[in-house]
Design a binder for this molecule. Structure first.
Ligand code: GTP
Ligand code: MG
Length: 320
């Protein structure tokens, strides 16, 4: 990747006043502006959509993103895709070798199915060296249910012979108080990622646990469904942008809602349904089994077979 850091003031049409408003809304880099939509950018900078579109085009030229790309360029970028281990070889195999960077992986399932445990394990594993299935990166966690437990991280880190305090230092946790705050935190995450970009451990994993809980609580009922889906949609696109800009893995969790009216198939469906389905690259459905055993099923993946595996949540963490 070419590396010559440009600031948003370098974009033709962006003066100090617009730059300040853009930064305040989380557009901190030329790349972030380049992949924005005119509507979003117009609102953020309080300018017309026409002006916003011109700025976006200028940013695209400057950042060399957007437009058509030839297959070899895409091939190059895909070659940078990293794989993050879960510490369960069965689960890794299900995912085609682990969680991919430049993609969103969703784990959904009922309470206690292991979503938060997997999130903790990944936060540790992302810091492992590449030859142990890690990404040698830092981690950002957006915690919406106050379920982050540093003690659990410590336990998992020690089981992998890592320095637990060093591991904890490289996990940046923010509590999201409501859905708007949660969306804002993705922008804040990008600011932090920009800061750590040239450090020893750039951000390589973003966790959002849970991605849907606030939205579900704040937009109950059918009447607010469209609103809710639009917000979730934007949120996930922001997360996907984060994944691309930072060559990071994004892991989100999602609860299921019971569908007692369903006669066929599984009576549970992930919240957010199709909206998540379109943006999320990998979806894994988790079920409880006996004791520490859990069942994971890969659901509608574009290039991997639908399959089911068993893994376990043990005292040392996620394992086969
Ligand atoms: P919700 O967030 O409530 O939807 O559930 P979840 O899917 O996030 O569940 P979570 O990952 O919290 O899994 C909870 C299960 O993991 C518990 O039922 C325990 O079996 C196991 N677990 C949680 N904490 C520990 C721990 O510290 N040690 C061990 N050995 N197991 C744990
Ligand atoms: Mg949880």
């Amino acid at each position: 990747m070419k590396q010559e850091v440009k600031s948003i003031e370098d974009i033709p049409g962006v003066g100090p006043a617009i730059a300040e408003k853009l930064r305040a809304s989380g557009y901190t880099s030329v790349e972030a502006v380049a992949v924005a939509s005119p509507t979003e950018l117009a609102a953020a900078a309080e300018i017309g959509e026409g002006v916003a579109a011109k700025i976006i085009n200028a940013a695209r030229e400057l950042a060399d993103v957007g437009g058509f790309e030839s297959g070899d360029v895409i091939f190059e970028r895909r070659r940078e895709v990293g794989k993050l281990t879960t510490c369960s070889s069965a689960l890794d195999t299900l995912l085609g070798g682990g969680l991919e960077t430049q993609a969103i992986t969703e784990f959904y399932g009922e309470f206690g199915s292991g979503k938060t445990q997997i999130a903790h394990q990944l936060a540790v594993n992302a810091q492992l060296p590449r030859d142990r299935g890690g990404l040698e990166g830092s981690v950002i966690i957006i915690d919406t249910e106050n379920t982050f437990r540093p003690e659990r991280i410590k336990q998992m880190a020690e089981a992998l012979d890592l320095d637990p305090m060093k591991v904890l230092r490289n996990i940046h946790v923010a509590r999201a108080y409501n859905s708007n705050h949660q969306m804002l935190l993705v922008e804040k995450a990008q600011e932090l990622a920009d800061k750590l970009k040239d450090s020893e451990q750039p951000v390589r994993l973003l966790v959002i646990d849970s991605v849907t809980a606030h939205f579900r609580a704040e937009y109950p009922g059918r009447s607010s469904l469209v609103d809710r889906q639009q917000k979730i949609n934007k949120h996930l696109h922001d997360a996907l942008r984060f994944a691309y800009l930072n060559n990071a893995a994004v892991m989100v969790t999602n609860q299921v809602h019971a569908r007692p009216d369903a006669f066929f198939g599984d009576p549970t469906k992930p919240i957010g349904g199709h909206v998540l389905g379109h943006t999320v690259t990998f979806r894994v459905y988790l079920r409880k089994s006996k004791g520490e055993k859990r069942i994971a099923r890969l659901v509608d993946s574009p290039n991997l077979p639908e399959a089911e595996v068993v893994f376990a949540v043990k005292p040392e963490g996620v394992r086969d």
